[in-house]
Design a protein around this ligand. Structure first.
Ligand SMILES: [Zn+2]
Length: 353
């Protein structure tokens, strides 16, 4: 008995049906993406910086202030000197990151008008777009030209097309690790210094796949528009000392980590900490690694950053990437009696120590 074969006409109908299903499926997907994109976007006319800045207050002499801008971006100020980290205010949506372009939201930055006029050191934790994207605009419009930028060679290569007004200090040969000290990098008048340490960047996707992995080995001709072209380069943590202007002693010591590497990676040699304890440690949110870092650093205070869903527009209500993780972190803070020492600020929030 012969096998039944579709006629030419039946084949045609079948193919049309498959094409039709594909088109409907594709259109539905596009529509979902459009709805999702719209839900993450607010029209410029409704932008209001007061929804972002919460709790701004004047700072007294010898007070250390920390303002969180989102992701790894933090402004740390003390007696008229400031350090700024991971310059990224823009919030490209997940669709833009995955399939489109990532570009600086200059309207948003102008509206927020970040108070960066005292910044003497800008520190780049690594070169992914969400830690570096807005540096060209901020460096030309907001950061003082006399300041220095400290980051890896990949970050410097990414910035080559824009000729930054500030000096870029490449830290690849200056860094230390949790066993060895690095070389201090000073601001112009040696009242502020930073030491760079080898950090670690965990895989972002399912704890296995690393997005934007690798280095950029040559200076670029153009700033990349695709998110995955912003290669990680080297990931760093930083130890910052605000020095007394007369006797050069350490007034305030701040540790900064903006990617949650597993300690001891990214940590500071213990002998440095025995000289002077850390006043405030800025660490990223992670149920296990945050507490491992707290255990190593033994700082007086901690500020937990990089916890929010940064694909949402900055002026929309902030939501965590994982409410479950935040609940677990809060439960552990209670269990360890650390609530008084640890803050999890909203983007825009201002803390004084
Ligand atoms: Zn990254």
């Amino acid at each position: 008995m012969g096998t039944l074969k579709p006629t030419e006409q039946q084949k045609g109908y079948g193919a049309s049906l498959i094409n039709y299903k594909l088109i409907v499926g594709f259109c539905s997907l596009l529509w979902c993406c459009f709805i999702w994109a719209c839900s993450n976007t607010i029209p410029f006319q409704t932008l209001d910086a007061s929804t972002f800045y919460k709790g701004l207050k004047p700072v007294a002499e010898n007070e250390l202030s920390i303002q969180y801008f989102g992701i790894g971006s933090v402004l740390i100020s003390y007696n008229g000197k400031a350090v700024f980290t991971d310059p990224c205010f823009s919030t490209p949506s997940l669709q833009e990151v995955a399939f489109g372009k990532v570009t600086t939201d200059t309207a948003l930055i102008n509206l927020l008008n970040p108070p960066l006029q005292e910044v003497e050191l800008t520190l780049i934790g690594h070169a992914h777009y969400d830690h570096l994207l807005d540096l060209p605009y901020l460096a030309s419009q907001f950061l003082p030209a006399e300041g220095k930028i400290v980051g890896c060679q990949t970050a410097e290569h990414l910035m080559t097309p824009v000729s930054l007004p500030q000096q870029f200090v490449v830290a690849n040969q200056l860094k230390g690790d949790y066993h060895n000290r690095g070389t201090w990098i000073f601001n112009r008048d040696s009242t502020l210094r930073v030491m760079v340490f080898t950090g670690h960047h965990p895989p972002q996707i399912a704890r296995i796949i690393k997005f934007g992995m690798g280095k950029i080995k040559q200076p670029l001709d153009e700033i990349p528009e695709k998110a995955n072209k912003w290669k990680e380069g080297e990931t760093y943590t930083f130890l910052v000392d605000f020095l007394h202007s007369e006797n050069q002693e350490i007034d305030k010591r701040v540790f900064i980590q903006t990617s949650s590497g597993k300690p001891p990676r990214g940590m500071v040699p213990v002998d440095i900490l025995t000289e002077k304890a850390i006043d405030v440690a800025i660490v990223p949110a992670n149920v296990h690694r945050t507490f491992a870092a707290i255990n190593w650093l033994k700082a007086d205070h901690y500020v937990i950053v990089h916890w929010e869903n940064f694909f949402r527009h900055k002026l929309l209500k902030t939501k965590p990437f994982s409410q479950r993780s935040i609940n677990k972190i809060n439960a552990k803070l209670t269990e360890l009696n650390l609530e008084e020492q640890v803050s999890i600020p909203l983007p825009g929030e201002f803390l004084v120590f």
